[in-house]
Design a protein around this ligand. Structure first.
Ligand code: ADP
Ligand code: MG
Ligand code: MG
Length: 490
């Protein structure tokens, strides 16, 4: 179908024209085009709905909005309508969740694998090194985790050329938006209930989203398993958090920063972790995944203290390490999954969604990346977005690291770049709607709870679609324009 130049001009796009043209016919027929007369009404309805239903974040323009609940709220950025997504690939992604949950658990028990895989990374990456130090100390202390809780989100992109689903990464710590993601699905259903006829869409096309209740259920079950009715669930937070409402949807009571845990928390000789005179059954981390979360030794002490305790950590240090990009790359090597899983079908399913992943020790792939950097993404061991290297910067970074002797290469992995088809989207931020060409990433939540030999929960738990403006130099460099989204099954 022809590519309307007006839209591309509006989007300020320069590259990837062909790919976008090809993709337009697929998705835009369904969600891209809202009749102009209808747009203001839908937008207004969506904004009101968000305000009335808590689809909100702290407004960075308002002081105290990152600390005081109820002060300075603005609707979370969202796509006005869901993005279409093939049902078969959706099912495939959902099916993978329990398998990845199990894999994380198995890998977490293999300390040697974790330490060895990350051995060269630690030499050049202090942050990962410190996580490994905590892990090593737990080994020295013979610390075991009998009750293990994982609240994960596995992220995927749909490759436009092959029409295949590829895993981007697996988040084992602080997977965000289980709270607001649900609300976006509800918002979209609500809008389709009202305007579906005019748009030619049916609200039943948006699958139900249970992330918030299932994650809350997993936390509650873990708490129950700890078996102390006076104990609490502690949410570890950042000193300032504009995404606090996403967290409040899951748990409203005890929240502490790492620094507060350091000054107020105590570890009893029997391993009990207490804070403010109360026993902590479950520690749910919504901080602690980035070097910025550890500005001083105080935060590291807090992390270490909690790790030593008998509280159920979500995640434990082992689960955290399993979620690193380096481990993702090691697991993609031939015959590695076989070390951890027995079921051949499961292994097959996982492998099918693995993109190309390489260690930079591989000189052949290093050369390829220098030759065609646009086909790769260079990733350090970091979380939270904005850390990856794309395009020409890949070549420059690799050249620089090689000039410096090549040791620094161990801090990164190289990944095949996935090119999702873009679709015309209405992105709403701060009350303003912008129509642009965008690409999406599907996150599938998974919860896992195990007590010794008993698996108490191993489920797919809802989803999150995130949509961002497609740009020739995507990812992290500019702040970008990502919004929360849901899916419309086709
Ligand atoms: P983080 O843990 O910081 O979220 P990710 O691996 O998810 O790290 O990368 C951040 C973003 O970069 C992703 O949300 C995605 O938009 C983009 N990205 C990452 N890997 C790829 C890839 N292989 N191909 C295309 N885009 C990617
Ligand atoms: Mg991540
Ligand atoms: Mg990510």
């Amino acid at each position: 179908s022809p590519c309307p130049p007006a839209v591309l001009a509006e989007a300020g796009e320069t590259g990837g024209r062909e790919e976008r043209c090809a993709s337009r016919s697929v998705s835009d027929a369904i969600v891209g085009d809202i009749p102009a007369g209808l747009l203001p009404e839908i937008l207004s309805e969506a904004l009101v709905w968000s305000a009335l239903h808590g689809l909100v974040v702290g407004d960075r323009n308002v002081p105290r909005s990152g600390n005081i609940p109820g002060v300075g709220m603005v609707h979370a950025p969202f796509a006005l309508l869901p993005v279409s997504f093939p049902k078969s690939l959706w099912r495939q992604a959902c099916e993978l969740a329990p398998i990845f949950n199990e894999l994380v658990d198995r890998v977490s028990l293999d300390s040697k694998f974790l330490q060895e895989s990350l051995f060269r990374t630690r030499e050049v990456d202090t942050f990962t090194g410190r996580l490994l130090d905590i892990h090593a100390k737990m080994l020295e202390l013979n610390k075991t985790e009998d009750i293990r809780l994982g609240l994960h989100r596995s992220d995927y992109m749909l490759d436009s050329a092959t029409k295949r689903l590829y895993q981007i990464e697996l988040n084992t710590i602080s997977a965000s938006f289980p709270g607001l993601g649900c609300l976006v699905s509800e918002l979209h259903r609500n809008l389709l209930n009202q305007f579906g006829k005019q748009l030619g869409l049916d609200s039943r096309g948006v699958p139900g989203n249970t992330s918030v209740s299932r994650f809350a259920e997993a936390l509650a079950k873990a708490w129950n398993e700890y078996n102390d009715s006076s104990s609490i669930v502690l949410v570890v937070i950042k000193p300032e958090e504009h995404n606090m409402y996403d967290q409040y949807w899951l748990s409203t009571i005890i929240r502490k920063t790492l620094a507060e845990v350091d000054s107020e928390g105590e570890l009893l000789p029997d391993g009990t972790f207490r804070i403010g005179g109360r026993t902590v059954a479950v520690v749910y981390f919504r901080s602690g995944y980035s070097p910025n979360d550890y500005p001083s030794e105080s935060e590291w002490r807090a992390r270490f203290l909690m790790e030593q305790s008998s509280a159920i950590k979500c995640p434990s240090i082992s689960y955290h390490l399993v979620g690193t990009k380096k481990i993702q790359q090691e697991l993609a090597k031939p015959n590695v999954l076989e070390r951890f899983l027995d079921n051949k079908d499961d292994i097959e399913k996982l492998r099918k969604c693995f993109a190309g992943l390489w260690s930079l020790e591989d000189s052949e792939i290093l050369e390829k990346a220098m030759e065609s950097p646009e086909s790769f993404v260079l990733k350090p061991q970091r979380e939270g977005g904005g850390n990856n290297v794309y395009g020409e910067d890949v070549r420059e970074t690799l050249a620089k690291l090689q000039q410096e002797g090549g040791r620094g290469l161990a801090a990164y992995i190289l990944m095949q770049r996935i090119f999702p088809a873009s679709a015309l989207t209405h992105l709403v931020r701060d009350g303003t709607c912008r129509r642009d060409s965008a690409i999406s990433e599907l996150g599938i939540y998974g919860a896992y709870l195990r007590s010794k030999d008993k698996v108490l929960m191993n489920d797919q738990c809802g989803y999150l679609m995130r949509t961002k403006v497609s740009s020739s130099n995507e990812g992290g460099v500019a702040a970008g324009f990502a919004v929360l989204d849901s899916i419309y099954l086709t």
